[in-house]
Design a protein around this ligand. Structure first.
Ligand code: FAD
Ligand code: S2G
Ligand code: ZN
Length: 487
């Protein structure tokens, strides 16, 4: 993308040679190696948003942890830079090369290793697709503790590497709590086998936590053991039309009081998000509510007794309507309608990507100022004369995970343009810092935000991160140019 022209290839890293290719071919089957074929390499070199693109000449797709160890050991000894890659659904440029780094993709590392139906602990390869795991567990009365719109492609290894949040975090917490153990290959080929399935293990530093959210900069996660919750018997969803952001907050507080233990998701989107959904006909069916409310909320409940739970949901809705916290609401009558209502929320990222170039900001900020961010950036772009029908910037929309205090600010434009980028950055990051927020709630830092870490972490925190990176990856071959600010 235009703004990374300051980056230069680190010439401490070797360029790929025929000897290197011969080595990789000696340990990987033909299907595990993609070399020098532009078209075949393209899906691995370009990210999901088509915003970041590298020029790797080789994709290694190992099938076993041992092969990952042999590859990393060789790359480390030969100073070949690498990019660990899972489903390539990341949104900050973390999973694709900046230059010619070798891509180590976990597609073939996709075996489920074990599942304990009593404890609910699952152990699997890092390259297992999230939705495949969720379906495997559903047949056994369990489910994954996270759900993302990218579930059909993202790998559990990538989820752990980015400490993905998603739609279930409000109920099931973060991966820092649900991941019980990891198997990780370090740059020198050492295999850290910490695939514990114990819920309690207080024996020394909790090393696995270091790799959760490390975005491929410390090692390659090859195995994950995770605690999976029972799949709720009774699930229901309501979508509400709300006429102020203060009432979105009031509805959230009421949902915690009235639904408490059965509340499992609380998402929101604004009217501009709905406009995009409709413009790109993402939700095939007619929108079930008046489409002139400024805000919409999706509330999901998950419990064990449908009659009791639906009664609770009805009482919750009645209280909101009586107190005029919401103007209107629709409750799903069956699983199909539940899926349709969820498709509204899950379809927004796709609608954004269909609208053109998208500037995505994934921030944690206090709910009291949550929507002010959207309004301030919209006003800033309006006053700069770049926002409007025939202008460079088409839309400024806000949606996200209210329950997690996580706003997704998306700005759609005709194209990525330095004039727009410079109007938005570092303004968004400064604004977030002023409100004691985080410049990355769940998507990570990647290439996009590596140089803005200072807006959310102190110099001493960044210094200790660099010491850890230097200790574990002294040659710096793991996902270079990303995550931590350049010197
Ligand atoms: P990739 O994109 O392949 O890689 C992501 C990062 O992890 C890179 O830095 C890469 O180097 C590293 N990595 C990947 N695999 C490994 C490994 N085995 N070992 C070490 N490092 C590794 N994210 C959320 O948090 N919440 C959401 O709700 C959400 N919704 C999304 C919806 C859509 C439609 C899309 C396209 C994306 C969404 N995302 C969301 C972002 C993305 O799906 C997550 O960041 C996801 O965890 C990335 O997983 P992946 O396997 O695609 O990783
Ligand atoms: C979500 C997806 C990515 C985006 O939908 O929750 O994390 O910002 C986001 O479009
Ligand atoms: Zn999200």
């Amino acid at each position: 993308a235009d703004k990374y022209t300051y980056l230069h290839r680190n010439h401490n890293f070797k360029e790929l040679t025929q000897d290197d290719i011969r080595f990789f071919a000696s340990i990987l089957p033909a299907s595990g190696l993609i070399i020098d074929n532009e078209d075949d390499l393209m899906p691995y070199n370009v990210d999901w948003m088509r915003k970041y693109r590298g020029k790797s000449r080789l994709v290694a797709r190992p099938k076993t942890t041992k092969q990952v160890s042999q590859i990393l050991k060789y790359c480390n000894e030969n100073k070949l830079a690498v990019v660990p890659q899972g489903g390539n659904t990341g949104l900050v440029g973390g999973g694709v090369p900046v230059f010619d780094e070798i891509i180590i993709n976990t597609n073939n590392l996709n075996q489920i290793r074990s599942f304990d139906p009593v404890a609910g602990t699952l152990t699997c390869d890092a390259g297992c697709i999230l939705e495949v795991l969720d379906n495997y567990l559903a047949k056994r009365g369990y489910m994954m503790p996270l759900d993302l719109g990218a579930k059909g492609s993202c790998h559990i290894g990538g989820n752990v590497a980015t400490n993905a949040g998603g739609l279930r975090l409000l109920r099931y917490g973060s991966l820092h709590g649900s991941v019980l153990g990891l198997e990780v290959v370090l740059p020198d080929g050492t295999i850290l086998d910490n695939l514990s399935t114990l819920r309690k293990d207080n024996t020394g530093y909790d090393i696995k936590q270091l790799f959760i959210g490390s975005e491929g900069t410390l090692g390659i996660i090859t195995g994950v053991s995770i605690l999976t919750p029972s799949k709720p018997k009774a699930v229901n969803v309501a979508v509400l039309g709300v006429n102020s952001f203060q009432n979105v907050q009031n509805a959230f507080v009421t949902s915690k009081n009235k639904l408490s233990e059965i509340l499992s998701a609380f998402e929101f989107w604004d009217s501009n998000s709905l406009k995009l959904l409709k413009a790109h006909n993402i939700q095939g069916t007619k929108f079930p509510l008046e489409d002139n409310y400024p805000f919409y909320v999706l509330v999901e409940i998950s419990g064990s007794n449908k009659d009791h739970d639906d009664e609770k949901l009805q009482n919750f809705l009645e209280e909101l309507l009586t107190n005029e916290i919401v103007k209107d609401g629709v409750v799903a009558q069956d699983d199909t309608q539940i899926a349709t209502l969820w498709s509204l929320r899950e379809g927004i990222p796709e609608a954004c990507s269909k609208a053109g170039a998208v500037y995505k900001y994934d921030i944690s900020i206090p709910l009291s100022v949550f929507y002010q961010m959207v309004e301030d950036i919209r006003n800033r772009l309006q006053s700069a004369g770049v926002l409007g029908e025939d202008k460079l910037v088409k839309d400024v929309i806000g949606y996200g995970h209210i329950g997690d205090g996580n706003l997704h600010l998306n700005i759609t434009a005709k194209s990525y343009d330095p004039e727009i980028t410079n109007l938005i950055e570092p303004y968004v990051y400064e604004w977030t810092e002023q409100h004691n927020g985080s410049i990355s709630a769940e998507h990570g830092l990647g290439l996009m935000k590596a140089n803005y870490l200072r807006y959310s972490k102190s110099p001493s925190m960044i210094s200790i991160m660099k010491q850890i990176k230097q200790n574990i990856d002294p040659n710096g071959i793991m996902n270079p140019y990303k995550f931590l600010p350049a010197q």
